[in-house]
Write a protein that binds this ligand. Structure first.
Ligand SMILES: NC(=O)c1ccc[n+]([C@@H]2O[C@H](COP(=O)([O-])OP(=O)(O)OC[C@H]3O[C@@H](n4cnc5c(N)ncnc54)[C@H](O)[C@@H]3O)[C@@H](O)[C@H]2O)c1
Length: 410
Protein backbone atom coordinates (compact mmCIF):
# COMPACT_ATOMS: atom_id res chain seq x y z
CA UNK A 1 0.00 0.00 0.00
CA UNK A 2 1.51 3.30 -1.05
CA UNK A 3 0.11 5.32 1.76
CA UNK A 4 -1.43 3.77 4.84
CA UNK A 5 -3.21 6.95 5.73
CA UNK A 6 -5.11 6.68 2.50
CA UNK A 7 -5.69 2.93 2.59
CA UNK A 8 -8.83 2.26 0.65
CA UNK A 9 -7.76 4.59 -2.13
CA UNK A 10 -10.19 7.37 -2.73
CA UNK A 11 -11.82 7.13 0.66
CA UNK A 12 -13.13 10.55 1.50
CA UNK A 13 -11.77 12.00 -1.69
CA UNK A 14 -13.30 12.43 -5.06
CA UNK A 15 -11.57 11.57 -8.27
CA UNK A 16 -11.62 13.38 -11.56
CA UNK A 17 -14.33 11.89 -13.76
CA UNK A 18 -11.88 10.62 -16.37
CA UNK A 19 -10.02 8.42 -13.89
CA UNK A 20 -12.57 7.77 -11.18
CA UNK A 21 -13.67 4.40 -12.47
CA UNK A 22 -15.59 2.12 -10.12
CA UNK A 23 -13.50 3.05 -7.08
CA UNK A 24 -14.87 6.54 -6.98
CA UNK A 25 -16.64 7.57 -3.82
CA UNK A 26 -18.21 10.39 -5.75
CA UNK A 27 -21.78 10.96 -4.96
CA UNK A 28 -23.49 10.36 -8.33
CA UNK A 29 -25.28 13.74 -8.64
CA UNK A 30 -22.00 15.51 -7.99
CA UNK A 31 -20.27 13.49 -10.67
CA UNK A 32 -23.05 14.31 -13.12
CA UNK A 33 -22.82 18.00 -12.38
CA UNK A 34 -19.06 18.14 -12.71
CA UNK A 35 -18.95 16.36 -16.03
CA UNK A 36 -21.71 18.51 -17.49
CA UNK A 37 -19.66 21.55 -16.50
CA UNK A 38 -16.92 20.70 -18.91
CA UNK A 39 -19.33 21.95 -21.57
CA UNK A 40 -20.35 24.91 -19.44
CA UNK A 41 -20.78 28.30 -21.05
CA UNK A 42 -21.04 31.32 -18.84
CA UNK A 43 -24.55 32.65 -19.32
CA UNK A 44 -25.16 35.54 -17.00
CA UNK A 45 -28.47 35.96 -15.23
CA UNK A 46 -30.06 39.45 -15.16
CA UNK A 47 -27.88 42.11 -13.56
CA UNK A 48 -28.67 43.04 -10.00
CA UNK A 49 -27.21 46.43 -9.22
CA UNK A 50 -25.32 46.72 -5.99
CA UNK A 51 -21.92 47.95 -4.98
CA UNK A 52 -19.39 47.17 -2.33
CA UNK A 53 -16.40 49.05 -0.98
CA UNK A 54 -13.49 47.76 1.07
CA UNK A 55 -10.23 49.21 2.30
CA UNK A 56 -6.79 47.63 2.38
CA UNK A 57 -5.43 49.09 5.60
CA UNK A 58 -1.77 49.94 5.18
CA UNK A 59 -1.48 53.28 6.97
CA UNK A 60 -0.75 56.12 4.56
CA UNK A 61 -0.63 53.57 1.71
CA UNK A 62 -4.18 52.35 2.38
CA UNK A 63 -6.43 52.11 -0.65
CA UNK A 64 -10.04 51.38 -1.54
CA UNK A 65 -11.42 48.47 -3.54
CA UNK A 66 -14.70 49.19 -5.34
CA UNK A 67 -16.77 46.22 -6.54
CA UNK A 68 -19.66 47.01 -8.84
CA UNK A 69 -21.40 45.64 -11.89
CA UNK A 70 -20.62 48.15 -14.65
CA UNK A 71 -18.18 50.32 -12.67
CA UNK A 72 -15.90 50.61 -15.74
CA UNK A 73 -18.14 53.39 -17.09
CA UNK A 74 -17.69 55.44 -13.90
CA UNK A 75 -13.95 55.10 -13.32
CA UNK A 76 -13.21 58.47 -14.98
CA UNK A 77 -15.72 60.32 -12.76
CA UNK A 78 -14.29 58.71 -9.65
CA UNK A 79 -10.64 59.31 -10.58
CA UNK A 80 -11.43 62.96 -11.37
CA UNK A 81 -12.31 63.39 -7.68
CA UNK A 82 -9.01 61.90 -6.52
CA UNK A 83 -5.72 63.71 -6.48
CA UNK A 84 -3.61 60.94 -7.97
CA UNK A 85 -2.22 62.20 -11.27
CA UNK A 86 -2.74 64.78 -13.98
CA UNK A 87 -2.53 62.19 -16.72
CA UNK A 88 -3.12 58.44 -17.07
CA UNK A 89 -1.65 55.75 -19.30
CA UNK A 90 -3.83 52.67 -19.62
CA UNK A 91 -1.93 49.41 -20.16
CA UNK A 92 -3.78 46.36 -21.48
CA UNK A 93 -3.08 43.20 -23.43
CA UNK A 94 -4.28 43.40 -27.01
CA UNK A 95 -7.31 41.16 -26.40
CA UNK A 96 -8.59 42.98 -23.33
CA UNK A 97 -7.90 46.29 -25.08
CA UNK A 98 -10.17 45.22 -27.92
CA UNK A 99 -12.93 44.28 -25.46
CA UNK A 100 -12.82 47.03 -22.85
CA UNK A 101 -10.40 49.88 -23.57
CA UNK A 102 -13.01 51.94 -25.44
CA UNK A 103 -15.34 51.93 -22.42
CA UNK A 104 -12.55 52.90 -20.06
CA UNK A 105 -11.04 55.53 -22.37
CA UNK A 106 -14.50 57.05 -22.96
CA UNK A 107 -15.10 57.19 -19.22
CA UNK A 108 -11.77 59.00 -18.69
CA UNK A 109 -12.41 61.37 -21.57
CA UNK A 110 -15.91 62.19 -20.30
CA UNK A 111 -14.35 63.18 -16.99
CA UNK A 112 -11.87 65.46 -18.77
CA UNK A 113 -8.88 63.25 -17.95
CA UNK A 114 -5.97 63.06 -20.38
CA UNK A 115 -5.29 59.40 -21.14
CA UNK A 116 -3.37 57.23 -23.61
CA UNK A 117 -3.47 53.49 -24.26
CA UNK A 118 -0.50 51.13 -24.56
CA UNK A 119 -0.96 47.46 -25.45
CA UNK A 120 1.16 44.30 -25.55
CA UNK A 121 0.47 40.77 -26.83
CA UNK A 122 -1.71 38.77 -24.47
CA UNK A 123 -0.47 35.84 -22.41
CA UNK A 124 2.06 34.90 -19.75
CA UNK A 125 4.83 34.98 -22.40
CA UNK A 126 4.59 38.78 -22.33
CA UNK A 127 5.27 39.04 -18.60
CA UNK A 128 8.99 39.49 -19.15
CA UNK A 129 11.79 42.02 -19.07
CA UNK A 130 11.64 42.63 -22.81
CA UNK A 131 8.02 43.76 -22.78
CA UNK A 132 8.79 45.67 -19.58
CA UNK A 133 11.60 47.52 -21.41
CA UNK A 134 9.43 48.20 -24.47
CA UNK A 135 6.64 49.63 -22.33
CA UNK A 136 9.17 51.74 -20.37
CA UNK A 137 10.44 53.22 -23.63
CA UNK A 138 6.92 53.94 -24.81
CA UNK A 139 6.16 55.72 -21.54
CA UNK A 140 9.25 57.87 -22.00
CA UNK A 141 8.35 58.59 -25.64
CA UNK A 142 4.88 59.69 -24.52
CA UNK A 143 6.55 62.07 -22.09
CA UNK A 144 5.11 60.35 -19.00
CA UNK A 145 6.55 61.90 -15.85
CA UNK A 146 6.03 61.86 -12.10
CA UNK A 147 2.63 63.49 -12.49
CA UNK A 148 1.47 60.52 -14.60
CA UNK A 149 -0.15 57.33 -13.35
CA UNK A 150 -0.67 53.91 -14.94
CA UNK A 151 -3.93 51.98 -15.14
CA UNK A 152 -3.64 48.18 -15.41
CA UNK A 153 -6.66 47.01 -17.40
CA UNK A 154 -6.66 43.21 -17.59
CA UNK A 155 -5.80 39.96 -15.88
CA UNK A 156 -2.96 39.07 -13.55
CA UNK A 157 -0.36 39.33 -16.30
CA UNK A 158 -1.28 42.95 -17.00
CA UNK A 159 -1.56 43.78 -13.31
CA UNK A 160 1.83 42.29 -12.39
CA UNK A 161 3.60 43.84 -15.38
CA UNK A 162 2.00 47.27 -15.02
CA UNK A 163 2.52 47.32 -11.26
CA UNK A 164 6.21 46.57 -11.69
CA UNK A 165 6.46 49.22 -14.39
CA UNK A 166 4.80 51.73 -12.03
CA UNK A 167 7.16 50.72 -9.21
CA UNK A 168 10.20 51.29 -11.44
CA UNK A 169 9.39 54.07 -13.92
CA UNK A 170 11.02 57.27 -12.63
CA UNK A 171 11.57 55.34 -9.37
CA UNK A 172 7.86 55.00 -8.82
CA UNK A 173 4.66 56.52 -10.15
CA UNK A 174 1.12 55.70 -8.94
CA UNK A 175 -0.95 52.95 -10.49
CA UNK A 176 -4.56 51.79 -10.52
CA UNK A 177 -5.83 48.22 -10.89
CA UNK A 178 -8.83 47.41 -13.10
CA UNK A 179 -8.76 43.58 -12.99
CA UNK A 180 -10.75 41.76 -15.65
CA UNK A 181 -10.24 38.06 -14.85
CA UNK A 182 -11.74 36.42 -11.76
CA UNK A 183 -8.23 35.45 -10.64
CA UNK A 184 -7.11 39.06 -10.83
CA UNK A 185 -10.29 40.31 -9.12
CA UNK A 186 -9.99 38.00 -6.11
CA UNK A 187 -6.24 37.76 -5.86
CA UNK A 188 -3.56 39.44 -7.94
CA UNK A 189 -4.98 43.01 -8.05
CA UNK A 190 -4.94 43.26 -4.25
CA UNK A 191 -1.84 43.12 -2.10
CA UNK A 192 0.87 44.80 -4.13
CA UNK A 193 2.89 41.89 -5.49
CA UNK A 194 4.18 42.99 -8.89
CA UNK A 195 6.79 41.54 -11.19
CA UNK A 196 7.84 39.67 -14.28
CA UNK A 197 9.11 36.22 -15.18
CA UNK A 198 12.67 35.43 -16.24
CA UNK A 199 13.83 32.22 -17.96
CA UNK A 200 14.97 30.89 -14.56
CA UNK A 201 11.51 31.16 -13.03
CA UNK A 202 8.16 32.87 -12.68
CA UNK A 203 7.88 36.16 -10.81
CA UNK A 204 11.57 36.14 -9.93
CA UNK A 205 11.99 39.87 -10.58
CA UNK A 206 9.55 42.26 -8.99
CA UNK A 207 8.60 44.55 -6.17
CA UNK A 208 6.00 44.99 -3.46
CA UNK A 209 4.16 48.06 -4.68
CA UNK A 210 0.58 48.88 -3.76
CA UNK A 211 -1.99 50.39 -6.16
CA UNK A 212 -3.88 53.58 -5.28
CA UNK A 213 -7.35 52.20 -6.09
CA UNK A 214 -8.78 48.88 -7.32
CA UNK A 215 -11.93 49.00 -9.47
CA UNK A 216 -13.60 45.61 -9.89
CA UNK A 217 -16.26 45.46 -12.60
CA UNK A 218 -18.07 42.14 -12.28
CA UNK A 219 -19.79 42.66 -15.66
CA UNK A 220 -16.54 41.90 -17.51
CA UNK A 221 -16.59 38.32 -16.27
CA UNK A 222 -19.28 37.52 -18.86
CA UNK A 223 -16.69 37.49 -21.65
CA UNK A 224 -14.18 35.38 -19.78
CA UNK A 225 -13.58 31.86 -21.14
CA UNK A 226 -15.02 29.23 -18.79
CA UNK A 227 -11.58 27.72 -18.15
CA UNK A 228 -10.27 31.07 -16.93
CA UNK A 229 -13.35 31.61 -14.78
CA UNK A 230 -12.95 28.22 -13.13
CA UNK A 231 -9.25 28.92 -12.62
CA UNK A 232 -10.32 31.94 -10.57
CA UNK A 233 -12.81 29.79 -8.67
CA UNK A 234 -9.90 27.67 -7.42
CA UNK A 235 -8.44 30.75 -5.74
CA UNK A 236 -11.91 31.59 -4.36
CA UNK A 237 -12.25 28.14 -2.74
CA UNK A 238 -8.74 28.60 -1.35
CA UNK A 239 -9.94 31.52 0.82
CA UNK A 240 -12.70 29.39 2.32
CA UNK A 241 -10.39 26.52 3.17
CA UNK A 242 -7.58 28.60 4.65
CA UNK A 243 -9.54 31.02 6.78
CA UNK A 244 -13.30 31.18 6.50
CA UNK A 245 -15.60 28.24 7.18
CA UNK A 246 -18.76 30.36 6.73
CA UNK A 247 -17.57 31.49 3.33
CA UNK A 248 -16.81 27.89 2.41
CA UNK A 249 -20.45 27.01 3.26
CA UNK A 250 -21.59 30.00 1.18
CA UNK A 251 -19.73 28.51 -1.80
CA UNK A 252 -21.32 25.10 -1.27
CA UNK A 253 -24.79 26.66 -1.05
CA UNK A 254 -24.34 28.97 -4.04
CA UNK A 255 -22.52 26.72 -6.48
CA UNK A 256 -25.22 27.02 -9.17
CA UNK A 257 -25.57 30.79 -8.78
CA UNK A 258 -21.80 31.21 -9.00
CA UNK A 259 -21.67 29.15 -12.19
CA UNK A 260 -24.61 31.15 -13.57
CA UNK A 261 -22.73 34.38 -12.78
CA UNK A 262 -25.57 35.74 -10.64
CA UNK A 263 -24.20 39.19 -10.05
CA UNK A 264 -25.27 39.70 -6.42
CA UNK A 265 -23.74 36.35 -5.45
CA UNK A 266 -20.61 37.01 -7.49
CA UNK A 267 -20.16 40.40 -5.85
CA UNK A 268 -20.58 38.90 -2.39
CA UNK A 269 -18.07 36.20 -3.30
CA UNK A 270 -15.46 38.61 -4.68
CA UNK A 271 -15.95 40.98 -1.77
CA UNK A 272 -15.31 38.25 0.80
CA UNK A 273 -12.16 37.11 -1.02
CA UNK A 274 -10.82 40.67 -1.27
CA UNK A 275 -11.62 41.25 2.41
CA UNK A 276 -9.67 38.16 3.43
CA UNK A 277 -6.76 39.10 1.22
CA UNK A 278 -6.86 42.70 2.51
CA UNK A 279 -6.85 41.47 6.13
CA UNK A 280 -3.94 39.12 5.52
CA UNK A 281 -1.92 41.74 3.60
CA UNK A 282 -2.60 44.40 6.24
CA UNK A 283 -1.16 42.05 8.84
CA UNK A 284 1.82 40.78 6.83
CA UNK A 285 2.41 42.82 3.69
CA UNK A 286 5.78 41.26 2.77
CA UNK A 287 4.93 37.63 3.35
CA UNK A 288 7.20 37.06 6.30
CA UNK A 289 4.62 34.90 8.02
CA UNK A 290 0.80 34.94 7.83
CA UNK A 291 0.63 35.90 4.13
CA UNK A 292 2.20 32.55 3.30
CA UNK A 293 -1.18 30.89 3.96
CA UNK A 294 -2.33 32.39 0.65
CA UNK A 295 0.02 29.89 -0.98
CA UNK A 296 -2.23 26.97 -0.02
CA UNK A 297 -2.23 24.58 -2.97
CA UNK A 298 0.48 26.56 -4.71
CA UNK A 299 3.65 24.62 -3.75
CA UNK A 300 2.42 21.49 -5.51
CA UNK A 301 0.23 23.47 -7.91
CA UNK A 302 3.18 25.45 -9.29
CA UNK A 303 5.15 22.21 -9.68
CA UNK A 304 2.30 20.57 -11.61
CA UNK A 305 1.88 23.71 -13.74
CA UNK A 306 5.60 23.73 -14.58
CA UNK A 307 5.76 19.94 -15.15
CA UNK A 308 2.90 20.32 -17.64
CA UNK A 309 4.95 22.97 -19.49
CA UNK A 310 2.17 25.37 -18.54
CA UNK A 311 -0.45 23.48 -20.56
CA UNK A 312 -2.42 23.21 -17.29
CA UNK A 313 -3.50 26.74 -16.44
CA UNK A 314 -2.56 28.20 -13.07
CA UNK A 315 -5.94 27.94 -11.30
CA UNK A 316 -6.48 24.36 -12.42
CA UNK A 317 -3.00 23.43 -11.18
CA UNK A 318 -3.82 25.13 -7.87
CA UNK A 319 -6.99 23.00 -7.63
CA UNK A 320 -4.86 19.85 -8.02
CA UNK A 321 -2.35 21.29 -5.56
CA UNK A 322 -5.07 21.97 -2.97
CA UNK A 323 -6.43 18.41 -3.16
CA UNK A 324 -2.89 17.01 -2.94
CA UNK A 325 -2.22 19.22 0.10
CA UNK A 326 -5.47 17.96 1.65
CA UNK A 327 -4.21 14.41 1.18
CA UNK A 328 -0.89 15.32 2.81
CA UNK A 329 -2.84 16.84 5.71
CA UNK A 330 -4.80 13.60 6.14
CA UNK A 331 -1.68 11.46 5.94
CA UNK A 332 0.01 13.70 8.53
CA UNK A 333 -2.94 13.25 10.89
CA UNK A 334 -3.67 16.97 10.76
CA UNK A 335 -7.04 16.86 9.05
CA UNK A 336 -9.94 14.44 9.32
CA UNK A 337 -10.50 12.47 6.14
CA UNK A 338 -14.16 13.49 6.08
CA UNK A 339 -13.31 17.22 6.18
CA UNK A 340 -10.69 16.82 3.46
CA UNK A 341 -13.15 14.84 1.35
CA UNK A 342 -15.74 17.56 1.72
CA UNK A 343 -13.26 20.20 0.50
CA UNK A 344 -12.12 18.04 -2.41
CA UNK A 345 -15.75 17.44 -3.35
CA UNK A 346 -16.44 21.17 -3.67
CA UNK A 347 -13.37 21.63 -5.87
CA UNK A 348 -14.56 18.77 -8.04
CA UNK A 349 -18.16 19.98 -8.08
CA UNK A 350 -17.08 23.23 -9.72
CA UNK A 351 -15.60 21.16 -12.53
CA UNK A 352 -11.98 21.67 -11.48
CA UNK A 353 -9.40 18.88 -11.75
CA UNK A 354 -8.42 17.10 -8.54
CA UNK A 355 -5.80 14.62 -9.75
CA UNK A 356 -2.27 14.95 -11.04
CA UNK A 357 -2.54 13.64 -14.62
CA UNK A 358 -1.66 9.93 -14.69
CA UNK A 359 1.14 10.25 -17.24
CA UNK A 360 2.89 13.18 -15.63
CA UNK A 361 6.47 12.49 -14.51
CA UNK A 362 6.40 12.40 -10.67
CA UNK A 363 10.16 12.97 -10.40
CA UNK A 364 9.82 16.12 -12.46
CA UNK A 365 7.08 17.36 -10.13
CA UNK A 366 9.25 16.56 -7.11
CA UNK A 367 12.14 18.43 -8.68
CA UNK A 368 10.00 21.54 -9.06
CA UNK A 369 8.66 21.22 -5.49
CA UNK A 370 12.22 21.05 -4.16
CA UNK A 371 13.23 24.22 -5.97
CA UNK A 372 10.08 26.07 -4.91
CA UNK A 373 11.10 29.69 -4.62
CA UNK A 374 9.23 30.02 -1.34
CA UNK A 375 11.51 27.44 0.28
CA UNK A 376 13.76 28.69 3.06
CA UNK A 377 17.31 27.35 3.44
CA UNK A 378 16.38 24.22 1.53
CA UNK A 379 13.18 23.50 3.49
CA UNK A 380 9.98 23.37 1.48
CA UNK A 381 6.99 24.71 3.36
CA UNK A 382 3.47 23.41 2.86
CA UNK A 383 0.21 25.00 3.85
CA UNK A 384 -1.84 22.12 5.24
CA UNK A 385 -5.46 22.33 6.41
CA UNK A 386 -6.34 21.22 9.91
CA UNK A 387 -9.98 21.44 8.88
CA UNK A 388 -12.09 23.63 6.62
CA UNK A 389 -11.29 27.21 7.62
CA UNK A 390 -7.87 26.74 9.19
CA UNK A 391 -4.38 25.83 8.04
CA UNK A 392 -0.89 25.49 9.41
CA UNK A 393 2.43 26.25 7.75
CA UNK A 394 4.82 23.33 8.05
CA UNK A 395 7.98 21.86 6.57
CA UNK A 396 7.33 18.54 8.31
CA UNK A 397 6.45 16.50 5.27
CA UNK A 398 8.76 13.55 4.78
CA UNK A 399 10.15 12.48 1.44
CA UNK A 400 8.32 9.13 1.74
CA UNK A 401 5.05 10.84 2.51
CA UNK A 402 5.40 13.11 -0.51
CA UNK A 403 6.40 10.17 -2.72
CA UNK A 404 3.39 8.12 -1.73
CA UNK A 405 0.98 11.00 -2.24
CA UNK A 406 2.48 11.81 -5.65
CA UNK A 407 2.57 8.21 -6.80
CA UNK A 408 -0.95 7.60 -5.65
CA UNK A 409 -2.83 5.66 -8.30
CA UNK A 410 -6.53 6.27 -8.35
N1 LIG B 1 0.40 39.56 -7.93
C1 LIG B 1 -0.19 38.54 -7.33
O1 LIG B 1 -0.42 38.55 -6.11
C2 LIG B 1 -0.60 37.36 -8.15
C3 LIG B 1 -1.44 36.39 -7.60
C4 LIG B 1 -1.85 35.35 -8.41
C5 LIG B 1 -1.44 35.27 -9.74
N2 LIG B 1 -0.62 36.25 -10.23
C6 LIG B 1 -0.19 36.23 -11.63
O2 LIG B 1 -1.35 36.39 -12.43
C7 LIG B 1 -1.07 35.85 -13.74
C8 LIG B 1 -2.27 35.06 -14.21
O3 LIG B 1 -3.36 35.95 -14.27
P1 LIG B 1 -4.60 35.68 -15.23
O4 LIG B 1 -5.03 34.28 -15.06
O5 LIG B 1 -5.57 36.77 -15.01
O6 LIG B 1 -3.92 35.73 -16.67
P2 LIG B 1 -4.00 36.77 -17.89
O7 LIG B 1 -3.80 38.16 -17.43
O8 LIG B 1 -3.07 36.27 -18.91
O9 LIG B 1 -5.49 36.60 -18.41
C9 LIG B 1 -5.89 35.37 -18.95
C10 LIG B 1 -6.49 35.52 -20.35
O10 LIG B 1 -7.78 36.09 -20.24
C11 LIG B 1 -7.93 37.18 -21.13
N3 LIG B 1 -8.89 38.08 -20.50
C12 LIG B 1 -8.68 38.89 -19.45
N4 LIG B 1 -9.82 39.47 -19.06
C13 LIG B 1 -10.79 39.02 -19.91
C14 LIG B 1 -12.18 39.23 -20.01
N5 LIG B 1 -12.85 39.98 -19.12
N6 LIG B 1 -12.84 38.61 -21.01
C15 LIG B 1 -12.20 37.79 -21.88
N7 LIG B 1 -10.89 37.53 -21.82
C16 LIG B 1 -10.18 38.14 -20.82
C17 LIG B 1 -6.55 37.72 -21.33
O11 LIG B 1 -6.43 38.40 -22.56
C18 LIG B 1 -5.71 36.44 -21.27
O12 LIG B 1 -5.65 35.87 -22.55
C19 LIG B 1 0.18 35.02 -13.59
O13 LIG B 1 1.25 35.69 -14.20
C20 LIG B 1 0.41 34.93 -12.09
O14 LIG B 1 1.78 34.86 -11.76
C21 LIG B 1 -0.21 37.28 -9.47
Amino acid sequence: MDDPALAGDCKGFVCSPSVAGNDSLLHPPVAAKASSQSKLKLSPTPRIMSKKTLTVGLGDRSYPIFIEDGIMENIGADLAKRNIASRYIVIADDYVAELYSSTLMASLEMAGIQAELLTFPRGEASKNLQVFAELSSKLAQLGADRSSALIALGGGVTGDLTGFLAASYMRGIPFIQVPTTLLAQVDSSVGGKTGVDIPEGKNLVGAFYQPKVVYIDTAVLTTLPVEEYLGGIAEVIKYGIIRDYDFYCFLERNLDAILALRSDVIQEMICTCCQTKADVVAEDERESDLRRILNFGHTIGHAVEAASDFSIIHGHAVAIGMVTALRLAVSSGLCKRKEAGRAATLIHSFGLPTEIPAGMDRQKIKGYIKTDKKSIEGSVFYILPTGIGSVIITDEVSEDQLDSILKRKV
